[in-house]
Design a protein around this ligand. Structure first.
Ligand code: BGC
Length: 707
């Protein structure tokens, strides 16, 4: 029996940002960082709103954090006790990720005895606008106690402030703070209602950006004093209404609904691993995060690269969603996968505008996509550590592979659900326009028979502006083939005339073959670069936060790569290659990979499974599954903070477990299971949704049952 509980039982100031990520709770509409109730923006508190963006002045646009309705602390005989200022004698922070409950218990020694604060809270999974908190105080001596609880509108921002105007007040027992954003005048409001189970003198303070309740009482020794708060967050962009009046709902009722909703989610998503509790724990912790950020019952929203853990990477949607996360949703709650694709369909105008901006045709999706497909990525997306000046990067202009990732995600969805109907809902147009986009990238030298794609950035961002990145070319071919397949399946006057163009593109695009040693070169001239080891290249850094890529980065003129590139291509198009080629490329590229991206380990792990080597895959799988459990993940890109949760690694871990170790694939419309479990694993069991049917998969000592 593996308990899905994450515990930290010592207080460590340095862990505050990391704990904010790993103790996160959320319900898709917002994410609440795992910070403590007394914390403020200094400790990076955030109720991060899905898909609500703002730009402050000329700074980067990013998602907005709502006024924080959890802000609460205590005073005893007039003195405030709070972390991190007052060192505790006992401290425990917990995440019960089976039930989506965050809790803490802290004990302080005072002049007269000890006091204890306990708090449990959750982001309601049954009513998405609501947050509930139960806060308890006790002392082992008689004292004058105060609980101060309110809504704090002075929120943490990376590129803020986003609220240019506030309205705060109190009406019929409900306090509120409304923040209005500067760019689009979006209103984001937090309201709260509080119930006490003891006699106290209650008063309130309304300030410009905050509203507080002051609850003053005489505390008897060893008696618990408990307040229950129900808070509601709404925005003027909402397309669904809050359920119920927060004054009428009790904590217990809401908790019962909430835990029942989580039970239902786990029923389809839990994965049991027999023989390896650590792996089972880390994998299900990853699944927990994927569930916290899923835009359930929400229209046209997608998932940001750092989920709902804050404004890192501008709260923008990357290829991460369609490449690494969507598989999980396709096979557990396909409606969520459809919502993610709907976001791309709805934002095609942004992609068309971007293609046009670069003189290209069709749909070129944003590298960092915000609402409406708006490109959040700037031309200067990294700050140089030495000059402190923005550095010219080419992520925005040259990462052509993003449009193909979306088509790839769409096809995984269609194959996994059988929902070809989505093609009539805008997806067909999307595929065609992505194919037109790639067609407009093709160039041909006068004396060569094939098409090339020149001047690109592939998945490995450390090598910019290269020619014929093998991954990008192969993905472009995939898009041409998909467009052709769909036009043939659904002939129409509109698209039939494009067939010959896509056929020519697919047949004549340069697809690199393995060299004599079986290795596929990542791009033109890659093999000519210095073959220095990752450690050697690392030793050349002058500053640990220095960027490895770009024109002068330490990796740029070497074969050291940031992330899986050829490995991604091989695992996606495994039918095109023999196991021997896959193994040779794994052996060549993996040691040359810095693993500077959390998207990497899972790709190599999957590739190792495909070559029948689960034991090589296992440590990479664990790295991916435990990405948010482990301290020391990469926090900086140049001078830009990039900490947060890593849902692509979480989704990648799921892909490895299900498609790699369990060996699930589909053949001619049927699920096939060819397990290759790591040595330690005696068995695995889980449910999987495939084409409207839920299958129970059980693998025991490599015997398979699918029912
Ligand atoms: C990676 C990208 C990824 C982005 C967001 C970057 O560090 O290189 O491939 O999409 O992070 O996760």
């Amino acid at each position: 029996m593996v308990d899905f509980i994450l515990t930290e039982n010592i207080f460590n100031n340095e862990n505050i940002p990391w704990n904010g990520n790993r103790f996160l709770i959320g319900n898709g509409y917002f994410g609440i960082r795992g910070t403590l109730e007394e914390y403020t923006k200094e400790q990076m508190c955030a109720v991060n709103m899905a898909g609500i963006y703002d730009r402050a002045g000329s700074a980067w646009r990013e998602t907005v954090n709502a006024p924080n309705p959890l802000h609460t602390y205590v005073k005893v005989n007039g003195k405030k006790y709070a972390l991190p200022e007052n060192k505790p004698v006992f401290h425990e922070q917990q995440l019960d990720f089976e039930n989506g409950l965050h809790s803490r218990k802290t004990v302080w020694q005072t002049e007269n005895g000890t006091i204890t604060v306990k708090c449990e809270r959750f982001a309601s999974m049954s009513r998405r606008h609501l947050i509930a908190m139960k806060y308890t105080f006790s002392a082992d001596f008689e004292c004058d106690a105060e609980m101060i609880t309110g809504i704090d509108g002075d929120v943490w921002d990376i590129n803020g402030p986003h609220f240019v105007k506030f309205n705060s007040g109190s009406e019929d027992g409900v306090n509120y703070v409304e923040g209005i954003t500067g760019e689009k005048h979006i209103s984001v409001t937090a309201r709260d209602s509080v119930k006490l189970d003891f006699d106290a003198e209650c008063s309130g303070d309304v300030c410009e950006k905050a509203v507080y309740r002051r609850i003053v009482f005489k505390a008897e020794p060893h008696k618990e004093y408990c307040i229950e708060k129900i808070a509601e967050i709404t925005t003027s962009e909402d397309d669904f209404e809050p359920i119920g009046d927060i004054r009428d709902i009790t904590y217990q009722e809401l908790k019962a609904e909430h835990t029942a909703a989580w039970e239902k989610i786990w029923d389809i998503s839990k994965i049991t691993i027999d023989g390896d509790d650590d792996a089972m724990y880390a994998l299900n912790y990853s699944i927990y995060h994927l569930n916290c950020i899923a835009p359930r019952e929400m229209k046209g929203k997608s998932i940001a690269a750092r989920g709902l853990s804050g404004q890192v990477y501008k709260g923008a949607v990357f290829w991460d969603t369609e490449m690494f996360m969507i598989d999980y949703y396709i096979h557990t709650e396909p409606e969520i996968a459809k919502t993610l694709l709907q976001y791309r369909i709805d934002t095609i105008d942004g992609a068309r505008a971007k293609a046009k901006e670069y003189g290209l045709n069709g749909a070129y999706y944003a590298w960092e996509s915000q609402e409406g497909g708006y490109e959040g990525c700037s031309d200067y997306n990294i700050t140089d550590v030495f000059t402190k000046r923005p550095m010219r990067t080419y992520f925005r202009d040259k990462q052509y592979h993003v449009s193909a990732a979306i088509v790839y995600g769409l096809m995984k969805y269609i194959k996994g659900t059988g929902d070809y109907g989505i093609l009539n809902e805008g997806a067909m147009e999307m595929v065609i326009e992505c194919a037109e986009f790639y067609r407009s990238l093709l160039v041909k030298k006068a004396d060569e028979p094939y098409y090339e794609i020149r001047d690109v950035v592939g998945p490995d961002e450390y090598h910019e502006r290269v020619n014929n990145n093998s991954y990008t070319n192969r993905m472009a071919k995939f898009v041409f083939d998909t467009a052709l397949e769909l036009i043939e399946k659904y002939p129409s006057d509109e698209y039939d005339s494009l067939k010959s163009m896509f056929k020519d593109s697919s047949e004549n695009i340069f697809i690199r073959k393995p060299n004599d040693g079986g290795i596929i070169e990542q791009f033109d001239g890659y093999f000519k670069l210095e073959d220095a080891s990752v450690d050697e290249v690392r030793s050349r850094l002058i500053d640990p936060k220095e960027y490895w890529g770009g024109a002068y980065g330490v990796a740029a003129d070497t074969q050291v790569i940031k992330q899986a590139d050829i490995a991604a291509m091989l695992s996606m198009f495994s039918n095109d290659y023999t196991a021997d080629i896959m193994k040779k490329n794994f052996d060549y590229y993996e040691p040359r990979t810095e693993h500077g991206s959390s998207l990497t380990a899972c790709m190599y792990s999957l590739l190792a499974c495909m070559t029948g080597n689960p034991d090589a895959a296992y440590p990479l799988f664990m790295k991916s599954a435990a990405e948010d459990l482990r301290p020391g993940g990469k926090q900086w890109l140049g001078l830009i903070y990039i900490g947060g949760t890593h849902p692509a690694a979480a989704g990648g871990a799921w892909i490895v477990a299900v498609k790699g170790f369990a060996g699930i694939s589909e053949q001619n419309g049927r699920l096939v299971c060819r397990p290759c479990l790591p040595k330690k694993w005696k068995g695995m069991s889980f449910k999987l949704m495939y084409r409207n049917k839920i299958y129970d998969i059980a693998i025991q000592d490599n015997n398979v049952s699918i029912t």
